[in-house]
Design a protein around this ligand. Structure first.
Ligand code: CA2
Length: 158
């Protein structure tokens, strides 16, 4: 692949969406709104242009696919934004993968998980993330991307 010279200093960010997020905008609009996953991915690509970040996105309903994507990210990306969906509250495997690759990772959620059922209050991801953004709908992703890129630029300017 030929990289245009103006993109040489861009950071590469992987955005991961976990289980059921492919249903966004089609079911339960009362909780998750009417925005689709495609809308969110487009919003992130546009925000990436402003931040000089090349954003790639992947959604999977399968824990192992997400674990493999995190492993593969090590060689190809500088950071990860992840909404692990329900795996947030269950997956030691995703947490271990994030800890193993040691890429700065921001956890995001559409809904405010602390205003919901108590089983959503615990995140296995939070202790291995640089931070968490929860409750701002699609803007949680935008804010998460901004926070990650600012974090990476700070690391590279020191
Ligand atoms: O608020 C979030 O972003 C969540 O990660 C969403 C997960 C939920 O299990 C977490 O506790 C919080 C669920 C994603 C399911 O998305 C749907 C979208 C439309 C219809 C049904 C489910």
């Amino acid at each position: 692949m030929v990289v245009p010279p103006e993109h040489l200093h861009w950071v590469k960010i992987l955005v991961l969406h976990g289980p059921n997020l492919n249903l966004l905008g089609r079911r339960e609009p009362g909780i998750y709104g009417s925005v689709t996953l495609n809308d969110i991915n487009r919003l992130l690509e546009e925000e990436g242009q402003k931040l000089q970040a090349k954003v790639s996105t992947l959604q999977s309903n399968h824990e192992g696919v997400l674990v493999d994507a995190i492993h593969d990210a090590q060689a190809n990306y500088q950071g990860i934004v992840i909404n692990a969906g329900a795996y947030t509250h269950t997956s030691v495997a995703i947490r271990d993968a994030i800890a193993a690759v040691n890429l700065p990772t921001v956890e995001v959620h559409l809904s405010n998980i602390y205003r919901r059922e108590s089983f959503r209050h615990h995140s296995f991801i939070a202790p291995v993330a640089i931070g968490q953004i929860s409750g701002f709908g699609a803007d949680s992703y935008r804010l998460g991307l901004q926070a990650l890129v600012f974090h990476l630029k700070q690391l590279n300017s020191g």
